[in-house]
Design a protein around this ligand. Sequence first.
Ligand code: ARG
Length: 462
Amino acid sequence: MALWGGRFTASTDALVTRLSESISYDRRLYSQDIRGSIAHVRMLARCGIIPGEDSERIQEELKRIEEEIRGGNFDFQEALEDVHMNIESRLIRELGDQGARVHTARSRNDQVATDFRLYLRDEIDYLTELLHHFQSSLVELGKRNVKAILPGLTHLQYAQPVLFAHHLLAYVEMAERDIDRLADCRRRLNRLPLGAGALAGSTLPIDRESVAEELGFDAVIANSMDAVADRDFAIELLSALAILMMHLSRLSEDLILWMSQSCRYIRIGDGFCTGSSLMPQKKNPDVAELTRGKTGRVYGDLISLLTVMKGLPLCYNRDMQEDKEPVFDAVDTVKLCLAAVAPMLLTIEIDDRRMLEAASDPGLMATDLAEWLVQQGVPFRTAHHRVGRYVAWCAEKGKKLNETTLAEMRESIPEAAAEALELFEARRSVEARNITGGTSSMQVKRQLAAWSEKLESLLAKA
Ligand code: ARG
């Protein structure tokens, strides 16, 4: 008989049992469920709602059940639907009437919301740690190759030379925003639903604040209906994870491009590539490709939950049981990708000669010439136009921008001087961008040092 079976006369259809069950995936909430129940019965006893000795017995038994589950010896039953009823049924089987007191002033609606929040709070902390490792791999790769210069792209076309480390540091910044979004999500998530009951609270004199404190929540959720109806925290987490994956996917795309035959700027270690079952020469950047692919899956998880929630009236609706699988899937996927990408980065070796060769195409320094003209007093739009004319003239003559004489340059750019012909050097161009946020080695080294220091102390604490 189901725990809710009092008013039922016929047993549940077998297909309904299959449709209804969540134990196959929500069993991963067992330790949070037990933690929540322990805090709950302690409070019930403190408030004189159940006898102290019953609370003690329940706590002991819950700890025993937890050990059993951890050891893989607990017999989860589909017929008992979910993790909450599997554990409660067991408690009642072992303790009889004493166990039957655990669900006092509680519903599965506030229970599951509490378990889910506790679980995601831990996952957020772990994801944050993984993001710090990811950042530190990027910084390390940048430090190992601090002199390397790469053609920076816009529209996938050569634009201006940049330091390779500057490019990597852009991803460190993205990861920092991801960490920030997770922290922000955690802040709103860390509120206690328990005590809301099914939706309206309880007639029993419970003390929600003390449960919140015991479980490490910052506060109780103020409105009992909101407490059981809200899944914003899960959607916010999925949004943050979707953005995070978008970042990993863009990095993956960069790596795939750099490893392609058209660039050949990097080699990725054998341990992080795979071969072809047919073509013996192949070595493919599969970790990057799979990460790019799994981004679609995490976006799907976000859209799933948004869609589940959009039409639901207050408060709890059974549809909401569909919240867990997408969130678990996204969390698992992101953890796996971060865990694989961070060490992969450390296996990358670069061909700085090829990178520099590509970045040394004088066309990439056309902006330097326009800005040099600005320093000679030419308005920027005029300078841009004259350099454009010069670029067209060179293209027509089949010359590179630094292969003309000064006289030839002056035909397009009357203000040109000998110095202008010396601007077409990639390293000079990089070093000239010595402003805050620019790509000069002084700026980039400063950034690398600041990130190293910050990450070292964070990872030492973890
Ligand atoms: N397994 C359920 C879920 O995940 C727990 C809450 C069930 N509540 C109910 N009223 N049937 O949502």
